[in-house]
Design a protein. Structure first.
Length: 59
């Protein structure tokens, strides 16, 4: 029975990983894709503008 207890954790992890991949693939696209893309674009634009903003001269 040692072989069963040795195989259970990898089997459980393989099933969980497969479920995670299936969930990720199913969540791509769909009705909310444009809304999600717009939210990501807004965050990226905010970060880029904060990096490009001139900093005060502290010297």
């Amino acid at each position: 029975m040692d072989y069963v207890s040795a195989l259970v954790p990898p089997l459980v992890m393989a099933v969980a990983f497969t479920a995670l991949i299936v969930t990720i693939v199913k969540s791509q696209g769909g009705a909310n894709k444009s809304k999600e893309d717009a939210a990501v674009d807004a965050v990226l634009n905010r970060v880029e503008s904060a990096q490009q903003a001139p900093k005060g001269s502290g010297a």
